[in-house]
Write a protein of this length. Structure first.
Lengths: 235, 442
């Protein structure tokens, strides 16, 4: 799987994972994607290193020897450490996601996962300042979205969107230039935390595309093969 | 236990008789005292003049003309008998009683107890009037006899019924433990005997039987699932193995990559089956209502209809929604969308173009009803129960991709919410009815 993110600045990541093979797999893949990786093999060591130096992102396995992932994140958050945390788990059970987010994690990924999924989430978390963006207008190329007026324009032409399409476009614009996966869209736009059996995302993307398309104005929503979608002006 | 109860019985009989004795004799004594008092008054009045001599005459007259059972005695200052029908007594004032035969032996044929009252007479004299207290004696004797007989009967009865009761008790307990041993030994179909006497033992047996029913159901489910997993995963695993072996002999890098991509896809579908199974198990084991919150069901269902409208449209199908606003229930925010999504997707995936899918909801005092109806091919009546079983797939949907776990998962989520899920004929098509209980509504 080859993806081009080399041009973006690397994310400095601490991976806290006790399983050697999984650790190897994740760190090798993320290094290939251009990130800086360090690995801690147990909870105590992980907490020690997480607080010892600044990181852009922590990837924490939920089941760890020494100190489990949930307690580790709680301890960090109690100490006002706001470093983004991505939880990894094999449990993936009912309520685990909520439990992880309650403890202070920013995102949650169930093993096994497609590597593209992990990379997309690492990019989304690691490059984003933790404060929630407060902009109310977004602009990509000649496409503009106004959150307060709930309007969308392409150039001079206003575009009418269904509420769900508006939400979808808003998410894509907030993550303009990043790759967003199908799962990320399902979770954020539809609040679906399971894998639907029909192509909801594909269908809605294709409708959105046809609505924001303009004669002669290039494609804005790009399909990233094997990974997801990315909204950016044609280069 | 029997002895304890017998002891308790005897104690209560003892108390009962004691009370009877106390109140009975007290009442008779009071009667006697009252009679004696009025007799004294009468003698005093009849004496006309408050002198010892006048009294002496009256007492002498009364004591000779008296019926059996009334005793008079008048003494002078020195204790000498002036008149009366009993031998002289030590002059003691107030109520006094004695057994007639003790002091002075029997007189006038009585050996009963005598109860009477001594009062001061003029000139230092002493007047005593007493009554034969044979009623008191009889009463005492009667109570004592009754007491002995009663106590004896009570002891016998208590011991007997106690023994019977504990015998019955022990027999029931023994029956239950016997059945339990048989169940432990592996006969899960056994049930405790219910005697339809509607007592505590029946209730206990019924509760235990209900529990056994559930355990047996779970055990059967577990056994079926293990077999199903083995069957359903063997095919894709075999295919994966074959593909990998072919890839190993592959010639070009392109071929190798292709084989690897397909293998990853195969593995993903196997993992998906595992994930679905785990999820069902977890939902089934989930304690109800732990993660329940207030949910705007109307909005959730309208969102569902909106989300799937375009998906259905691509297949030439139509989704309509008939959902009044403001229906609110308590439920799991993550699982409920999966339940509705599963059912709507089933309708979309198993129906041909031109199918109309209607999502409706209504709230009534007895609960909230949600219906997903389509005009597709439907499910034959005899298959409607089976489709909820894990891995069960209708013949015609064997070719559709899927784990065969969707409806099991839906049923598990519905069950978690205390809701019933029912399939019926939509003439034509399938109608799925979810009935949420009223305690789930807000």
């Amino acid at each position: 799987m080859r993806m081009k993110w080399h041009e973006e600045p690397p994310v400095k990541i601490l991976l806290i994972e006790d399983d050697k093979e999984t650790g190897e797999y994740i760190s090798r893949g993320l290094k290939e994607a251009g990130h800086l990786l360090s690995v801690a093999a147990d909870g105590r060591d992980g907490l020690f290193r997480a607080t010892g130096e600044p990181w852009d992102l922590l990837i924490v396995d939920r089941m760890l020897p020494g100190l489990d992932g949930l307690s580790l994140v709680r301890t960090l958050r109690a100490g006002a450490d706001a470093t983004p945390v991505l939880f990894l788990t094999t449990l993936g059970g009912v309520g685990d996601r909520v439990g992880g987010l309650d403890a202070g994690a920013d995102d949650y990924l169930t093993k096994p996962f497609a590597f593209a999924e992990l990379v997309a989430r690492v990019n989304a978390l690691g490059r984003r300042p933790r404060e929630v963006k407060t902009e109310t207008t977004f602009k990509v190329g000649d496409l503009e979205l106004d959150l307060l007026k709930r309007t969308v324009r392409r150039g001079e032409k206003p575009i009418l969107l269904q509420p769900r399409e508006f939400k979808l476009l808003e998410y894509l614009m907030r993550h303009a230039g990043e790759v967003v996966t199908r799962t990320m869209l399902l979770e954020s736009v539809w609040d679906f935390h399971f894998d639907p059996r029909t192509n909801i995302v594909e269908t809605h993307i294709s409708r959105l595309r046809s609505k924001i398309n303009r004669e002669g104005g290039g494609e804005l929503i790009h399909t990233v093969r094997g990974a997801g979608y990315s909204l950016h002006a044609a280069s | 236990m029997t002895l304890l109860y017998a002891g308790l019985f005897c104690a209560s009989v003892l108390i009962l008789f004691g009370a009877m004795y106390w109140f009975g004799t007290g009442f008779i004594a009071e009667q006697i005292d009252a009679t004696v008092n009025s007799e004294i008054e009468e003698v005093r009045t009849a004496a006309h003049g408050n002198t010892l001599a006048a009294l002496r005459k009256t007492v002498a007259l009364y004591s000779t003309n008296t019926p059996d059972g009334t005793y008079y005695l008048l003494l002078d200052r020195k204790g000498r008998k002036l008149a009366g029908n009993i031998p002289p007594l030590t002059p003691v004032l107030g109520v006094r009683r004695w057994a007639g035969r003790e002091e002075g032996g029997t007189f006038r044929g009585t050996s009963h107890e005598v109860r009477g009252r001594g009062v001061a007479a003029p000139d230092g004299g002493y007047l005593f009037i007493g009554l034969d207290a044979n009623e008191l004696d009889e009463m005492r004797e009667m109570i004592a006899r009754a007491f002995v007989v009663g106590l004896l009967a009570t002891v016998l009865l208590a011991l007997g019924s106690g023994a019977l009761a504990s015998l019955g008790l022990l027999r029931h307990v023994e029956a239950i433990s016997q059945t339990s041993r048989e169940i432990v030994a592996g006969d899960l179909g056994r049930r405790l005997p219910v005697r339809n006497t509607n007592d505590e033992f029946d209730h206990l047996a019924e509760s235990l039987n209900a529990m056994l029913e559930r355990i047996e159901g779970l055990m059967t489910g577990l056994r079926e699932v293990s077999t199903d997993i083995a069957h359903d995963l063997r095919t894709p695993l075999t295919r994966l193995r074959q593909r990998l072996e072919l890839a190993r002999r592959g010639q070009s890098v392109d071929e190798l990559h292709q084989a690897l991509d397909k293998s990853i896809a195969d593995t993903d579908s196997i993992l998906e089956t595992f994930a679905a199974l785990l999820r069902i198990t977890q939902i089934e084991a989930h304690t109800r209502a732990t993660a329940f919150t207030r949910i705007d069901l109307s909005t959730m269902l309208l969102d569902m209809a909106e989300t799937y409208a375009s998906v259905a449209e691509e297949q030439g199908q139509v989704i309509a929604a008939d959902i009044p606003p403001g229906i609110v229930i308590r439920g799991d925010r993550e699982l409920l969308p999966q339940l509705f999504s599963n059912l709507v997707e089933n309708a979309i995936r198993h129906s041909p173009p031109e199918t109309k899918i209607v999502l409706s909801a209504s709230a009534a005092p007895q609960g909230v009803t949600v219906e997903i109806a389509d005009t597709g091919p439907g499910i034959p009546a005899e298959m409607r129960e089976k489709v909820f079983q894990r891995f069960f797939r209708l013949e015609r949907s064997r070719t559709t991709e899927g784990t065969g776990l969707g409806l099991s998962l839906s049923a598990a989520i519905a069950h978690l919410h205390g809701a019933t899920i029912r399939l019926s004929d939509n003439r034509p098509g399938l109608r799925v009815t979810l009935q949420f209980p009223s305690d789930q509504t807000v």
